[in-house]
Design a protein around this ligand. Structure first.
Ligand SMILES: [Zn+2]
Length: 169
C-alpha cells in the first residue's frame, strides 16, 4: 500500500521517534508499505515519521530499485562511527520542491536490526552516508532545513508558510 507522505509542519516530523519494541507482523507490513511508498515517490530513503509513524525505523535504496542488494531496512539504528565531512545538495520527500547544501560526515557506520529483526552493521560513504544521516535526522525529529541558517532557512520557511496558507502544501 502506498502511504501518504507528510510534509514539513506535521508534528510527527518535528518530534523524536520512539524505539520499535519488536519486529511484529504489523511492523513488517509497515516496512513493505514504506518500501513501496519510497519507490513510488521516488526517493532514496523514507523514515517512519514521514508516513505518520513515530517509530525509529527507515528504509533506503540509493539505486531506487535498480539493484536489489541496495535495499536496506534499519530498525532502531544507532551510529557506531562518524568521520570526515562532505558538502552536497540535499532534498527531502517531506520538503518537496526545495533543496540546499548540507554538511554531513563523509563516512559512517550504522548498527541496528534488519527487517527480520537480526542485528546488522553497515558502513556507508558518500551518498549512502548522506542518506543514512538524513534518515537518522528524521528519527530525531529533524529535517534538512533545520541544518540551514540565516537567509537561506528563512526563505525556505517563508515559502512553505505561503504555500500552506494557500492550501498548496
Ligand atoms: Zn527526508
Amino acid at each position: 500500500m502506498i502511504l501518504p507522505i507528510l510534509r514539513h509542519g506535521a508534528d510527527v516530523l518535528h518530534t523524536p521517534a520512539a524505539p520499535v519494541p519488536a519486529v511484529t507482523p504489523e511492523i513488517e507490513q509497515l516496512i513493505d508499505d514504506m518500501i513501496q511508498t519510497m519507490y513510488t515517490a521516488p526517493g532514496i530513503g523514507l523514515a517512519a515519521p514521514q508516513v505518520g509513524v513515530g517509530l525509529r525505523l527507515f528504509v533506503a535504496d540509493i539505486s531506487v530499485g535498480r539493484n536489489p542488494a541496495d535495499l536496506l531496512v534499519f530498525v532502531n539504528p544507532e551510529f557506531v562511527e562518524r568521520e570526515g565531512m562532505q558538502l552536497e545538495d540535499e532534498g527531502c520527500l517531506s520538503v518537496p520542491g526545495f533543496n540546499a547544501t548540507v554538511a554531513r560526515p563523509a563516512r559512517i557506520v550504522l548498527r541496528g536490526l534488519d527487517r527480520e529483526g537480526r542485528e546488522q552493521r553497515v558502513e556507508a560513504r558518500e551518498l549512502l552516508a548522506r542518506c543514512f544521516q538524513h534518515e537518522m535526522d528524521h528519527l530525531d525529529g529533524r529535517l534538512f532545513v533545520d541544518h540551514l541558517r540565516g537567509l537561506q532557512k528563512d526563505l525556505i520557511l517563508r515559502k512553505i508558510r505561503k504555500l500552506s496558507k494557500t492550501g498548496r502544501w
